[in-house]
Design a protein around this ligand. Structure first.
Ligand SMILES: [Mg+2]
Length: 122
């Protein structure tokens, strides 16, 4: 089964995305901040990570850097706020595959994730 790790400090966002991807036959794990994401990656070994940018303890950029250091092949999609172009550039430099702006259209997001997963397999 395809595995996705959802990282967001907002419970509502975690719940929404967890439900969305479970319905779409993904095995889902969630983390409440960057620190927990880094902890969970080694054991869960997701195919894709959906990573919020702004989080307490460790933000999405720091977490992505640490994760990609050890798992360079991992696909990370970063969720940023509108207008954070500097953050987007930094994220892509770190190796994040794609950035999407919050608030996002969930159907769009789901399609993006599925497309990335497909490209990875082929
Ligand atoms: Mg946040």
């Amino acid at each position: 089964m395809r595995k996705i790790l959802i990282v967001d400090d907002q419970k509502g966002v975690r719940r929404l995305l967890e439900e969305l991807f479970k319905k779409d036959n993904w095995e889902v794990e969630v983390a409440i901040d960057g620190r927990e994401a880094v902890e969970k990656v080694d054991e869960f070994l997701p195919d894709i990570i959906l990573m919020d940018m702004k989080m307490p303890n460790m933000n999405g950029l720091e977490a992505s850097r640490m994760i990609l250091d050890r798992h360079g092949e991992l696909d990370i999609i970063m969720m940023t706020a509108y207008g954070e172009m500097d953050v987007v550039k930094e994220a892509l430099d770190v190796g994040v595959k794609r950035c999407i702006t919050k608030p996002f259209d969930i159907i769009n997001l789901r399609d993006t994730v599925n497309q990335m997963a497909k490209e990875k397999v082929s």
